[in-house]
Ligand binder design. Structure first.
Ligand SMILES: [Zn+2]
Ligand SMILES: [Zn+2]
Length: 400
């Protein structure tokens, strides 16, 4: 039984007769990778971190309606923070941005631009079978939602009535941030997707100075203790080098617009060295569809074409082709979207120790039962005082 009670100015959710003033509720993206969206109500500040979507499955979007079991109206949401523009973090923003009509929405410039590019310019919120009038209505809504996003710089604290907010660079991809929110009695830190190392020099990860008591961590590799990992792109470089040595024609494919930017960065920064190690020069070509994405990114000011990528007819001899399709006749396909910059198991463990929060929620990871994992490691630790919890979708966690 869920009800509502208004006391001392804060709306408090009442669950089973007990009041919860502060609680955490993952709407999606907790025990899975996809549809990240995390609701937190602390000291009367109601905030949502990310508004993602799933690529596969029936339920593409996070379960926003379930929020209404806890709050009276979507209009009660005070803040939406978009950590970065991968689809699993922004793919349902056109919906949430409209529902949460009074929310202040904050993101970096790059995240806002990439969100618009994916949802609107490349129509990723539209299903092919949708009627024209539905499409038009969706575009109007998405435009209103995107116009609402306020751009804020990293490393500068914003003061608001009930809290202060700071963005810290997160590595991972261009524009990616971690979010610190200080309320009356709590310090909340949301990592978003992060990486200790980065391909994006200007976006090197930096940490806040305050110790958070609530740490929401995107713990992608929380069940990968044994995975050998320098930087996942190192593995990709090795695979490419081998295929080049075998004189294959290689299709480097990405189905994601935001990941295309990572792909262009990867090629521009690594291809010379890969060819050198393979002792064979190869040219990199691009399909017409991927070139459209490249051009849009170049228009936004990103370095896409620096002499490494050619367009036009592909030659007979071995080469690399950048494209959106997953396979192509005569090519050996390498799916680029499998690779991304994430911290390793050991790095995440150090991060949790370093933050030393009272409670750390592990998010953005698929639990593998029976596998060594961060939550169990910390449960056994005699020195670490806080609790580390694997969070589950649509489960509510009271914060004391
Ligand atoms: Zn990401
Ligand atoms: Zn993600």
């Amino acid at each position: 039984m869920v009800g509502h009670d208004k006391t001392d100015g804060f709306e408090t959710a009442v669950l089973g007769g007990e009041e919860m003033k502060n609680y955490f509720l993952p709407l999606g993206g907790a025990d899975e990778v996809g549809a990240s969206s995390y609701f937190l109500n602390v000291d009367g500040v109601r905030m949502i971190f990310d508004a993602g979507a799933r690529i596969h499955g029936m339920e593409v979007y996070p379960d926003y309606p379930m929020l209404l079991q806890y709050i009276d109206d979507y209009g009660d949401i005070d803040f939406i923070f978009l950590s970065h523009a991968h689809y699993d973090h922004i793919g349902s923003y056109h919906i949430l941005g409209n529902l949460a009509k009074n929310a202040e929405v904050l993101a970096t410039k790059a995240t806002k631009e990439f969100t618009k590019l994916q949802l609107m310019d490349f129509g990723r919120m539209i299903a092919p079978e949708e009627k024209e009038v539905i499409k038009r209505a969706k575009y109007r809504q998405a435009e209103a939602a995107i116009n609402k996003i306020k751009i804020i710089p990293v490393m500068r604290t914003l003061q608001r009535e009930k809290c202060s907010i700071t963005f810290y660079p997160a590595g991972h991809m261009a524009g990616a941030v971690m979010v610190e929110v200080k309320t009356q009695n709590h310090v909340i830190f949301y990592s978003g997707d992060f990486s200790i190392r980065t391909m994006f020099g200007i976006n090197q990860m930096r940490l806040g100075e305050s110790r958070p008591d609530i740490f929401l961590m995107n713990a992608t590799n929380a069940y990968q203790a044994k995975k050998r990992m320098k930087n996942e792109y190192t593995d990709l470089s090795q695979i490419l080098e081998n295929k080049i040595k075998e004189r294959k024609r290689i299709l480097l494919s990405s189905r994601s617009i935001a990941k295309h930017l990572d792909l262009f960065y990867f090629i521009n920064q690594n291809i010379d060295e890969i060819c050198l190690r393979a002792e064979r020069p190869v040219s990199v070509y691009i399909t017409e569809q991927s070139e459209k994405i490249g051009n849009a990114l170049a228009d936004l000011g990103y370095l896409v074409y620096d002499g490494h990528i050619r367009s036009g007819r592909v030659p007979e001899e071995p080469h690399i082709l950048i494209g959106e399709e997953m396979k192509k006749e005569g090519y050996e396909a390498i799916p680029f979207d499998f690779y991304s910059l994430h911290a390793s198991y050991q790095e995440m463990k150090l991060f949790i120790k370093n933050e030393n929060a009272d409670v750390t929620y592990l998010l953005h990871t698929k639990p593998k039962f029976g596998e060594q994992n961060l939550a169990d490691d910390f449960k056994r630790s005699k020195t670490f005082q806080g609790s580390v919890i694997q969070a589950c979708n649509e489960q509510v966690y009271e914060i004391l």
